[in-house]
Design a protein around this ligand. Structure first.
Ligand code: GLU
Length: 330
């Protein structure tokens, strides 16, 4: 049965004169690879072509998975490619107070509850749920009944958001209109973890809201997360940003680019002497900007970029792509 539909986000018109803000939000839990480089490059080109302010946010709250040196390496890779940003990078772990403040507001509204769950669930909650990862639904029958638990007073506990049983409409600037029901997909999801840090879903909302982000560009494996985040925006009385969810890069086996497809890290190609122009040329080819793989700078990419050329379906990283990259080693 379809519940009340909640229109929560709408694509905004592109107006070069507006004060729109977007962000690059890498997680230092792994190195940048060709797949996320493509999304970041598109985000950068959209920002630069439309006069949006482009912020850098390091999403490093997933403590156990954060890799030493990954932040520095990610920033180096951005600059190697020619992707710049405005202002200084914000690191989530530097100040947890804005997230605590949001938790207190949600608790005041009776929208969260303390809940003890397993370690595995905590790990899943702290990081962004990227496709293929198994999600466990938290059923409403498991909700506590004591009013005591609807408070935020102990940080070393998991807290969940009470999800309403309703349909959420996302109007995405790229993916179009999609309907979601977080209540049925994941139920009451974790927004604060017992490690004493906010879960991905809460952190991203608090940060996008306080940084004034108007446009979020990211991989479409996070489209269901947009619906969850929309519920948090509403609970906090904030307006969600416009979303642009882009298809992922996949391997020849049809699965999203990952370690199983070999080493597709930018760092690896750079270390082997592959030029950033080859990498960008390949990404441009994947974005439908040029028929053949060519050597392009970020600036070439930006001036040729049009969202209309970007394929609506996932792009496959092939052996031929890899051969083309490594053929130009110096
Ligand atoms: N840091 C997140 C990730 O790597 C991105 C989240 C977002 O763009 O909302 O998955």
């Amino acid at each position: 049965m379809l519940m009340a539909t909640l229109p929560v986000s709408a694509p905004r018109d592109v107006n070069p004169m507006s004060t729109r803000i977007t962000r690059l939000a890498p997680s230092p839990t792994g190195a940048l690879h060709l797949g996320n480089a493509r999304t970041f490059l598109i985000n950068w080109a959209m920002a630069r072509n439309n006069g949006w302010r482009l912020l850098m946010r390091i999403e490093d709250l997933d403590g156990p998975r954060v890799k030493a040196g990954a932040v520095r390496q990610a920033l180096e890779m951005f600059s190697w490619l020619g992707i710049d940003f405005d202002g200084t990078a914000l690191r989530q772990s530097d100040d947890l107070e804005p997230y605590r403040d949001a938790m207190r507001r949600l608790a005041g509204a009776g929208l969260i509850f303390a809940c003890n769950v397993t370690r595995k669930e905590i790990r899943q909650a702290a990081s962004a749920p990227h496709g293929e990862e198994q999600e466990i639904r938290f059923h409403a029958e498991l909700r506590p009944t004591s009013p005591d638990v609807f408070r935020f007073d102990g940080e070393e506990t998991n807290y969940r958001l009470l999800t309403p049983d309703e349909t959420v409409l996302i109007e995405d600037g790229f993916a179009g209109r999609t309907l979601h029901c977080p209540h049925r997909e994941v139920g009451d999801f974790v927004i604060w973890t017992r490690r004493g840090v906010p879960a991905y879903q809460l952190a991203v909302v608090v940060d996008d809201a306080r940084q004034g982000v108007t446009d979020v560009v990211r991989g479409d494996d996070l489209l269901p997360s947009a619906a969850r985040q929309s519920l948090i925006y509403r609970a906090l009385g904030c307006e969600p940003p416009g979303f642009w969810h882009l298809p992922l890069v996949i391997g020849e086996d049809g699965k999203r680019l990952a370690k199983r497809h070999g080493d597709t890290r930018l760092e690896r190609y750079r270390a082997e002497g592959v030029s950033p122009q080859r990498v960008i040329g390949l990404l441009a080819h994947w974005c439908g900007l040029c028929n053949d793989r060519q050597q392009w700078t970020a600036e070439d990419f930006r001036s040729a970029f049009s969202l209309d050329s970007v394929p609506r379906t996932p792009v496959t990283f092939t052996e031929e792509d890899h051969r083309w990259l490594t053929a130009g080693r110096c």
